[in-house]
Unconditional design. Structure first.
Length: 86
């Protein structure tokens, strides 16, 4: 994955991140890593992310000024249901 192509990434509110969403994290312009959202508090003040290559999740606080960006569209964490024409 090319982490340097900033135009492909867009900043989002922490409250808009469902579990399973792929994110890129940075702070003060320094790349922290990319990973998958594993949870968050209802108010969006705390975010847990399993960073690519790490065995467990890490906790990030909004007050730590970590910038969260997503690439592409937001993942819908609920599975599709229905007959789908069957």
């Amino acid at each position: 994955m090319d982490h340097g192509k900033a135009p492909d990434w867009r900043r989002v509110a922490w409250t808009a991140l469902p579990m399973g969403q792929w994110v890129r994290l940075s702070r003060d312009g320094q790349y922290i890593g990319c990973g998958v959202v594993d949870g968050s508090t209802p108010d969006g003040s705390i975010l847990w992310v399993v960073l690519d290559g790490w065995p467990e999740r890490r906790m990030f606080h909004r007050e730590d000024f970590v910038k969260v960006e997503i690439k592409g569209h937001v993942v819908d964490p609920t599975p599709a249901t229905g007959n789908h024409g069957v």
